[in-house]
Design a binder for this molecule. Sequence first.
Ligand SMILES: N[C@@H](CC=O)C(=O)O
Length: 312
Amino acid sequence: MPLSAQQVRSRLRGVAVGLLTPFDDDLELQHEKIAENARTLYDEGIRAFLVTANISEYHSLSTSERVAVAETSVNALPSDACVLAGVGGSTAAAQELIRAYDRIGVDAMMIMPPDHTYLHEQGLLEYYRELSSGTETPLVPYVRGFDPSVDYLASLTRVDGVIGIKYALKDPVKLGAGVAAGADDVVWVDGLAEPFAVSFWAEGAEGFSAGVSNFRPEIGLELFDALSEGDWKRARELRNICLPYQNFRDETGQENEIEGAISVSAVKKGLELAGLNGGAVREPIRPLAPEEERRAEELYSQLEDDIESLIE
Ligand SMILES: N[C@@H](CC=O)C(=O)O
């Protein structure tokens, strides 16, 4: 049975990992590996899982694959875990996906950033209202890739069914203004991972999405504890050990000028190095080049040393 809205809010007050989608060499889904990753991360203490979402390569999955991956995740995890499943596209396509997820019993809908070239804030609010009208399941809109007004953010918190917002704009001041202007019962989640966890927390975020914590969850869990206790010095120290690998994720890779191009491949490599399942990536993402693989290994080793000195 899915979690209640109140339980989903409580899971958002924590570390949300992206459950990545391992593909085999023929780029087919590896369901047993998704399930294994989910169970391992749960056993290590993670309770919120973003499946078929951003770094799960949402855009490279067909609708039926999204539903199948969400079902694998729900079945793999104990009932107190919160599964948020990625939803996007046209209103009709998104509603159909929501209906399929509701049949499976996901706990919340992670509404992907709009993939439309032209956007109107009121039209976008209408989109969320339409999605909400067809389900009792809570919605968590993902704000990324456009620069909305504070009024828009405040209105978003008041759309029926919206219980959390995944905020991924590099603008902590706007976050603080949105939190101040918005409804009190919405949980703001840092969508830019550990690097922004400290500044976003200070502005009112109560949880964060994982970066390196996708494969070393103990960092995120310790960071969350430090933030919850108001131990800013320790929070900054923990955040700082994440930066080298996170900065690597932001790089362009080879023969490309778009930043962040290696981000998902780098997390998949981190999963492999941590003994979890990464697997191949689908286009439009590229695998790491051999020298990037070596750099990832060096950075992982540095991260491991830092974890040993700071956590274990
Ligand atoms: N935390 C993720 C973004 C959200 O899904 C990342 O680090 O890429």
